[in-house]
Design a protein around this ligand. Structure first.
Ligand code: GDP
Length: 284
């Protein structure tokens, strides 16, 4: 009796990774926008414009609350933006260097965007998803407690620089806050800060510190809602509406349209690439 049960348990152990492998294979085909364009229209819209899909669940008069159309590029523009993120011999995308102080940061003339968020918000996964068309790019993760937290610089051809800021959190050392503050305040070519918020739990106390920083320095920033595949539609809609209300009422510098993404399903990733290409002046 015990043996069949054991066999069943062993089989289940192997079935889960197989299912995950299938999901990952299915999702990996959506790295490139050409594959997304082959999807049926409804599925394609859901993947490319996740906010529109959420908007459909609202009553017509509350739809305006979501500001879905402030950044509303054509599919052609999204395709164009993809070239910026695709590594070729003429468009080298690579990790450049790391720095713990602003005066150690590379001095580049190209526009810069930075990604900031508390530890575990899904920042490395998002950067990996954005760079999935440049698979040789290594997104370094240093998560060991006590490890030096650094700013990591990535050069995206001649187009722009992407900076992965160290994850903040409850244990953030003071010199880390100094590093982030100095960077945000003094980096001259910083075009936009992408502030990541976990859509499952919404804005947390530690997120408020980063929001206050951006507000205090009058930085233009954008709220990216991560891990949208993890919640039910109802829970996600509730969180998104709550965050949207916060952005509308409590912020000055935050871009009014939210960017929900999933680094697992690639939902929202193509739109975010297009937004980055646009604000760094690379979509004309
Ligand atoms: P970081 O500390 O902000 O760099 O976060 P990571 O990218 O390392 O992600 C933290 C955890 O969340 C990891 O276990 C990831 O696999 C998971 N994660 C990140 N993004 C997503 C997502 O879009 N969907 C799901 N389901 N999990 C995610």
């Amino acid at each position: 009796m015990a043996i069949p049960r054991l066999r069943h348990a062993v089989r289940t152990l192997f079935e889960v990774p197989a299912a995950l492998r299938r999901l990952s294979r299915a999702c990996s085909t959506f790295h490139a926008f050409t594959d997304v364009l082959r999807l049926p229209k409804r599925q394609m819209t859901k993947l490319v414009f996740p906010l529109r899909e959420l908007e459909r669940q609202l009553t017509p008069d509350s739809r305006l609350d979501l500001h879905v159309k402030i950044f509303d590029p054509s599919l052609e523009d999204i395709s164009k933006a993809e070239a910026v993120f695709t590594a070729t011999s003429r468009n080298r995308i690579s990790y450049l260097s790391s720095a713990v102080r602003l005066d150690h940061a590379p001095d580049l003339p190209s526009p810069e965007v930075c990604f900031i968020g508390r530890s575990n918000v899904g920042k490395s996964s998002l950067i990996k998803a954005l760079f999935s068309l440049a698979p040789e790019v290594e997104v370094r993760v240093s998560k060991k407690p006590g490890h030096t937290k650094k700013m990591n610089f990535f050069k995206v051809g001649k187009y722009f620089t992407l900076v992965d800021m160290p994850g903040y959190g409850y244990r953030a050392p003071e010199d880390f806050v100094d590093m982030v503050e100095t960077y945000l305040k003094e980096r001259r070519n910083l075009m936009r800060t992408f502030l990541l918020v976990d859509s499952v739990v919404g804005i947390q106390k530690t997120d408020s510190i980063a929001i206050e920083m951006c507000e205090e320095f009058a930085l233009p920033y954008v709220m990216v809602l991560t891990k949208i595949d993890k919640s039910s539609k109802g829970h996600l809609l509730k969180q998104v509406l709550q965050i949207q209300k916060f952005v509308d009422r409590e912020t000055q510098g935050c871009f009014p349209q939210l960017f929900p993404v999933s680094s697992v399903t690639y939902s929202g990733i193509h739109l975010l690439r297009c937004f980055i290409a646009n604000i760094t002046g690379n979509l004309d």
